[in-house]
Design a binder for this molecule. Structure first.
Ligand SMILES: *[C@@H]1O[C@H](CO)[C@@H](O)[C@H](O)[C@H]1NC(C)=O
Ligand SMILES: *[C@@H]1O[C@H](CO)[C@@H](O)[C@H](O)[C@H]1NC(C)=O
Ligand SMILES: *[C@@H]1O[C@H](CO)[C@@H](O)[C@H](O)[C@H]1NC(C)=O
Ligand SMILES: *[C@@H]1O[C@H](CO)[C@@H](O)[C@H](O)[C@H]1NC(C)=O
Ligand SMILES: *[C@@H]1O[C@H](CO)[C@@H](O)[C@H](O)[C@H]1NC(C)=O
Ligand SMILES: *[C@@H]1O[C@H](CO)[C@@H](O)[C@H](O)[C@H]1NC(C)=O
Ligand SMILES: *[C@@H]1O[C@H](CO)[C@@H](O)[C@H](O)[C@H]1NC(C)=O
Length: 919
């Protein structure tokens, strides 16, 4: 026994000596090799804020971010995470393998610094003892070295956003994740924000990690996920899984139900579709479940959801989920945030949400919920901050004396029924930021206390589309108000003279406001149409320098547009003055408004010629000068210099001269209305070239878009008089010459009105190509010849007027024309015959032969027309047509078939177009 004892005492002596020796090393600083390595590392770094200023002297263990193990003195931790703003980031410019001298390093954190100059070094895989590696948001160039797979002791690996992403959002692709499978101790893996588009089998790499607890692969560009797997290795230990913001385009994976330890599951914005599986109820440990923004999840929420008793956050928003909230929601009493908005839920809101004592956010907007919400629901929700019932048909029934137990920040009640009385409980909400009560059936005067409602916090108030009355105070005192919508109510009296300087958007249209237009220099969007404002626009408006949209339509305003407006209001993009009594000319300074997109002066008494400076307004999309006293010609620059024009209405003025052919260069034009003027000359041949009118797709919608965006879903008041979206109206002018054949190319046009001119010649057979035409008016011209058979092919035509021309011959029948059987369509053409008019066609042989020839020729022209468009499907008919051409005798033999053939050609052509354009 003596020997071992002696051995032990010798050993302990040696150990104490080693400890003594070691303490000596530590007191004199850290190991010099490690210090040198750190200094070398520092030399490769640009440090604009001197964060490493403490990195001087011998004792590197005392340096900022360096931690040594007390017993050994070795550097074990290097924590250089940038906790400040981005400008405090260290900029890595060089990193060499001398850093490997830190051979005891266990913890390395370089997160939130900027290494966009260099790659993740290959030697990073040689820190054998590393347990924690955080390169989050470091923007390294290049890929991820496979050598990281040698870090077999790693517990935590955070590579989120570790690689550089360019200005277009494209990140360096990761080529390979096979190395992951060697990290068998890994518990926490964050690969979010990496470009994983090249790793279709990401799942099998991850599935090799049996100890994994936290996995984040959100924003990865992943596009596939196995729906069923034999065995998911990582299911036993996983507690947090975040795969949100990928595009799987699949149903929810079946194996999810096996990951029974999950406490947090993030699958939002993943393009998942189909039903939520019953197995979701097996995840009873979940505290957070996010399936929002998948758009295509559908069906009812399974009852098993009620098992998720620990849920604190549930987000199912922006999907197509349906059914009621009863049977599953009542049980989830621990909920803090419930977001079911933008689905198809119906039924009523269960009263048991009143027991969700910790609820802070209740988002139910954009569903089809009904029923009643009352104090029973809300009475105990002391922590509620967000109440979103927007766009449902819920009746909010709360007594006028109720004092709510909560202080709401966001209140969205639009389209719920709150009225007819104004809800008094709002009076006690003093910290609200946004209140929307659009269309809430309130019919009452606005109570005086409302002008102090959350007056130091509220930024948005929307009370539009009710029947709320009263007068506005002369000065509004909300300190932070940015947007105020009181439009479509019954407010009266003068407009407030002063507004909070924060107020940017003010909608007061469709009320009964009177008096003069004030100047609110800070407001940029002012909508004041449909009131009873009177007086003129004084030049003080030129102080209103933030103005972008000013809509004063339908008031009693008069006088001239002050000329300083152009020079001063350089941000103006929408100016609507329609339906007032304004007069004078458009000031020449209009040319300074280079952002002008919409100018509507319709129905006033403006006069003079169009100022040539208008051509400087190259962003103009909508120009409506109808019903004024403008004179002069239409300058060619309208076609050349206003390329964005989509709507041009000069109707009912005294414009004269020719219509410039350049107009057809307006590639976005969809409404051209020159009716009721004194234009003369012929219709330019170029008129077949309006590309928007040629197209049958709904590319004209952008007008709606423009105003939807700028008007935030309010009434499309500009275009409510424009029933037709693609329209060409030249009626009631002095136009002469023939209708250009090219007009038949305007396949998207819905309205063509050339009536009340002096047009001559025939109706071109090409008119049959205007397949979208709903209304055609050629009445009161001098058009002659027969009515082309192709007219009967206009399947959408519901209004036709050919009266008072010199048309002759048999009126074509069949197809759409059969439904247009009002004889007045053809009135005033004495040489027309056949139904629907009473004059029958005589058996004049010559005439009939003529007609047959004409008919036949027309058919052939049609076939040629299709073929020349180079569309493959008509090739079959080409054979047929070729035979007809070559063998003249066959023509007569087949003539009886042509009628039949013509039908089929047409029908197939039409179907083809429908398929082509998806209409
Ligand atoms: C991912 O990388 C691929 C290949 O380089 C690239 O085409 C794609 O744009 C990148 N995507 C993202 C979102 O970074
Ligand atoms: C589970 O992990 C082991 C090794 O960790 C691996 O051999 C096996 O293939 C994995 N199973 C699946 C289904 O990927
Ligand atoms: C998504 O999947 C459906 C059904 O398999 C398929 O029809 C559709 O084209 C896919 N969408 C995309 C964008 O891959
Ligand atoms: C509310 O939260 C507290 C902790 O903040 C918790 O103790 C309590 O159980 C929760 N109540 C309900 C009803 O979830
Ligand atoms: C509110 O809480 C009180 C006290 O806990 C309880 O008596 C009452 O029933 C609750 N009301 C609702 C509507 O749940
Ligand atoms: C219109 O543009 C021309 C040429 O760019 C410029 O000389 C002129 O001053 C502008 N007119 C107005 C009124 O802005
Ligand atoms: C028949 O045609 C001839 C020659 O075109 C013409 O002179 C005659 O008036 C026509 N008869 C009737 C009844 O239309």
């Amino acid at each position: 026994m003596a020997f071992p004892l002696r051995f032990l005492s010798t050993l302990s002596l040696c150990l104490s000596a080693a400890v003594l020796l070691h303490q000596a090393t530590v007191t004199s600083g850290c190991f010099s090799m490690e210090r040198e390595a750190l200094l070398d590392f520092k030399a490769g770094i640009h440090d604009p804020h001197n964060r490493l200023s403490s990195w001087i002297g011998q004792d590197c263990c005392a340096w900022e971010g360096v931690i040594c193990r007390a017993t050994t003195g070795h550097v074990v931790e290097l924590d250089l995470r940038n906790t400040g703003t981005f400008d405090r980031a260290l900029r890595g410019e060089r990193m060499n393998s001398s850093l490997l001298a830190l051979s005891h390093l266990k913890h390395l954190d370089l997160s939130l610094n900027d290494f966009s100059g260099i790659r993740i070094p290959e030697f990073a895989g040689s820190f054998k003892k590393l347990r924690y590696l955080n390169l989050s948001s470091t923007r390294f160039m290049g890929g991820i070295p496979a050598g990281l797979g040698n870090l077999s002791s790693l517990y935590v690996l955070d590579l989120s956003y570790a690689l550089y992403v360019d200005d277009y959002g494209d990140g360096y692709p990761v080529d390979d994740l096979d190395w992951l499978s060697h990290l068998s101790s890994l518990k926490h893996l964050d690969l979010s924000g990496l470009n994983l588009t090249r790793i279709p089998d990401w799942f099998s790499s991850v599935n090799m990690l049996p100890a994994l607890q936290v996995l984040n692969m959100s924003f990865g560009g992943l596009d596939s996920i196995p729906v069923s797997v034999v065995h998911a290795n990582f299911t036993s230990s996983l507690t947090v899984l975040d795969l949100s913001f990928n595009s799987f385009n699949s149903t929810l994976p079946k194996w999810l139900g096996n990951v029974s330890g999950l406490t947090s599951l993030g699958l939002s914005s993943c393009d998942f579709r189909g039903a939520i599986p019953d197995a979701i109820g097996d995840l009873s440990a979940l505290t957070s479940l996010n399936l929002g923004n998948n758009f295509l999840l559908e069906g009812i929420v399974p009852r098993s959801m009620a098992n998720l008793r620990r849920l604190e956050e549930l987000d199912l928003s922006v999907n197509q989920l349906s059914g009621t909230l009863t049977g599953w929601l009542e049980q989830l009493t621990n909920l803090i945030v419930l977001n079911l908005s933008y689905n198809l839920f119906n039924g009523s809101v269960p009263a048991s949400i009143g027991k969700f004592a910790n609820l802070t956010g209740l988002y139910l907007g954009g569903n089809s919920l009904g029923g009643v919400i009352s104090q029973v629901h809300l009475g105990n929700l002391t922590r509620l901050r967000v109440l979103d019932l927007y766009a449902n048909s819920i009746t909010v029934s709360i007594g006028q004396s109720w004092i709510p137990p909560f202080q709401l920040r966001l209140i969205y009640l639009s389209s719920c029924r709150l009225g007819p009385r104004f809800p008094e409980w709002l009076r006690f909400q003093t910290q609200t930021q946004e209140l929307t009560m659009h269309d809430c059936k309130i019919a009452a005067s606005l109570p005086n206390w409302f002008w102090n409602f959350s007056s130091s916090t509220v930024t948005l108030i929307n009370l539009s589309n009710n029947r709320i009355g009263g007068r506005l105070p002369s000065s509004l005192s909300f300190a932070r108000l940015e947007e105020l919508y009181l439009n479509s109510n019954i407010f009266e009296g003068p407009l407030p003279a002063t507004l909070p300087s924060t107020l940017d958007t003010l909608y007061l249209s469709d009320n009964s406001f009177t008096g003069q237009l004030p100047v609110w220099p800070h407001v940029s969007l002012a909508l004041l149409s449909d009131n009873m404002l009177d007086g003129g626009i004084s030049s003080s408006i030129c102080r209103w320098t933030y103005l972008q949209h000013l809509i004063l339509s339908t008031n009693n305003l008069f006088g001239e547009i002050p000329s300083c407006l152009g020079e001063s209001l350089q941000n103006l993009s929408i100016l609507g003055l329609a339906n007032n009594h304004f007069s004078g000319a458009i000031p020449n300074t209009i040319g300074f408004l280079i952002d002008l997109q919409l100018l509507q002066l319709k129905n006033n008494s403006f006069s003079g010629e169009l100022p040539s400076s208008l051509q400087n307004c190259t962003n103009l999309q909508f120009l409506d000068l109808a019903q004024n006293n403008f004179v002069g010609g239409m300058p060619p620059w309208m076609g050349e210099n206003l390329p964005q024009l989509a709507v041009l209405r000069l109707r009912s003025n005294m414009f004269s001269g020719g219509i410039p052919r350049q107009l057809a260069q307006l590639g976005r034009l969809q409404i051209l209305d020159l009716g009721n003027n004194n234009f003369s000359g012929s219709i330019p041949h170029s008129f077949g070239n309006f590309s928007t009118m040629v197209s049958t797709s709904d590319d004209g919608e952008f007008i709606y878009d423009l105003f939807d965006v700028s008007m935030k879903g309010q009434d499309l008041f500009f275009i409510k008089n424009l029933d037709l979206l693609k329209s060409l109206d030249l009626s009631n002018n002095r136009l002469t010459g023939e209708i250009p054949e090219g007009i038949g190319d305007l396949a998207g046009l819905q309205n063509l009105n050339l009536s009340r001119n002096h047009l001559q010649g025939r109706i071109p057979w090409q008119i049959g190509g205007m397949e979208s035409l709903e209304s055609l008016d050629l009445s009161m011209n001098d058009i002659s010849g027969s009515i082309p058979e192709s007219l009967s092919a206009l399947y959408s035509l519901s209004y036709l007027n050919l009266s008072y021309n010199d048309l002759s011959g048999r009126i074509p029948t069949g197809h759409q024309l059969q439904t247009l059987d009002d004889p007045s369509i053809y009135m005033g053409n004495p040489d027309l015959c056949g139904p629907p008019i009473s004059k029958s066609c005589s058996n004049n042989k010559t005439t009939q032969n003529d007609m047959q020839e004409e008919y036949e020729e027309e058919i052939l022209e049609w076939l040629w027309f299709y073929i020349s468009m180079g569309l493959g499907f008509v090739m079959g008919f080409w054979t047929f047509c070729g035979i007809l051409f070559l063998k003249h005798t066959w023509r007569h033999a087949y003539f009886h078939m042509i009628d039949d053939m013509y039908d089929r050609v047409w029908v197939q052509w039409h179907l083809f177009l429908r398929r082509l354009f998806g209409r």
